[in-house]
Design a protein around this ligand. Structure first.
Ligand code: FMN
Length: 357
């Protein structure tokens, strides 16, 4: 039997894909900040374009390029097809993949296959399980953790911090007490690394510091400048309840654009890593509005291990252009590497960016 909570979760995951594809949910005025930077041209690159190597490593394993497909979906029947296509592309490019929140897999056995399908079509890449902060705050049992990890033979557990999204969600859970304590318990207990991400409001250096102290190994900044999840949930709220005012108009305007731009998160967390050398092993993922190989290149030069993208990848998949889009992004990246004289990703990381005047 499927209960009411499970039905709401299915409706939510379904409408997230629909709204992200069909509505204007970009930040109103805020951008990622990446457009403020450019690389210095190197007229003497002293490398061959054909020798450029995009491979790098993530959490100790070789990957085909410094790009990840961000957590998106699962938990309803159509999600299995989306996850299958994302997994096939990730496997082809040898890049990591996150699945969407697996709360549904805990609530309802019927849709576990929509997550498990990714491992079937992507046997060799890193795949990450995903669960939200409110579920973590309640405390996951050992059985819950085993379900999340075993379904995917997961290489890590992503926990998403989505306070602004829950605040705007019609059925949102705003109990964010004890998240840090539970993260620390889970990080010590599970056999794979814990990755913490936002979903579009960014992670500050002080939050990064608390996460690292709690045992988190990877931070995905998911900063402002891509999707505003406040806007996505506001669309769902309006569809359900009409224009009933929850917030004043000036507050709504400001809250829709709430968050730290992606580039700012990267700058702040890189400064923190320089200040505290023991944090150097922590890997940073740049996400929130990543939409080209140039964005990927700038993210690496700002300190990220790799970049990740969700909405633009979903859109490309929907338009039947997923693989050609990924090819194009990786070609952009190769172009930047050629023009800066970086034969490999490590050399690209050491290139400095100039602020546009
Ligand atoms: C349709 C859709 C569903 C998403 N669902 C999840 C989710 O279940 N768990 C999660 O951590 N992030 C989820 N996200 C957020 C993304 O992983 C990402 O952090 C965010 O959208 C910002 O990246 P972007 O600007 O590249 O889209 C979802 C994104 C999209 C587009």
């Amino acid at each position: 039997m499927i209960d009411k909570a499970s039905n709401i979760t299915i409706e939510r995951k379904h409408s997230h894909v629909d709204i992200c594809l069909n509505c204007d949910v970009a930040f109103n005025r805020k951008t990622t900040g990446l457009e403020q930077f450019h690389f210095e041209h190197n007229a003497l690159p002293e490398i061959r374009f054909s020798d450029i190597d995009l491979s790098t490593s993530f959490l100790g394993r070789k990957i085909g390029a410094p790009l990840m497909i961000s957590s998106m979906t699962g938990g309803y029947s159509e999600a299995a097809a989306l996850n299958k296509h994302l997994a096939e592309a990730a496997e082809r490019f040898g890049i990591p993949l996150g699945v969407g929140s697996m709360r549904q897999a805990l609530e309802n056995k019927a849709h576990r296959e929509s997550f498990a399908v990714v491992r079937k079509y992507a046997p060799s890449i890193q795949i990450f399980a995903n669960i939200g902060a409110p579920e973590i705050a309640k405390g996951l049992t050992d059985n819950d953790i085993n379900i999340l990890l075993d379904l995917l033979k997961a290489d890590g557990l992503i926990v998403h911090l989505n306070a602004a999204q829950e605040l705007f969600q019609p059925e949102g859970n705003t109990d964010f007490k004890n998240v840090l304590e539970q993260l620390s318990i889970i990080s010590a207990k599970i056999p794979v690394p814990v990755i913490v991400k936002e979903v579009g409001c960014g992670i500050s250096s002080s939050v990064a510091r608390r996460l690292i102290e709690a045992g988190v190994k990877v931070i995905d900044v998911a900063g402002a400048g891509g999707i505003s999840w406040q806007k996505v949930e506001e669309v769902r709220y309006t569809r359900q309840f009409g224009q009933d005012a929850r917030f004043s108009i000036p507050a709504l305007d400001e809250l829709m654009d709430w968050g730290i731009p992606t580039a700012q998160c990267l700058l702040d967390i890189s400064a923190l890593k320089q200040e505290i050398p023991e944090y150097n092993a922590i890997e940073i993922i740049a996400s929130g509005g990543i939409k080209s190989g140039i964005d990927i290149a700038k993210s690496l030069a700002l300190g990220a291990r790799l970049a990740a993208s969700a909405r633009y990848i979903l859109k490309a998949l929907h338009d039947g252009e997923l693989e050609t889009t990924l090819e194009a992004w990786l070609n952009d990246l190769r172009a930047v590497m050629f023009l800066t004289g970086a034969a490999n990703i490590e050399q690209l990381r050491n290139k400095s960016l100039i602020i546009k005047t």
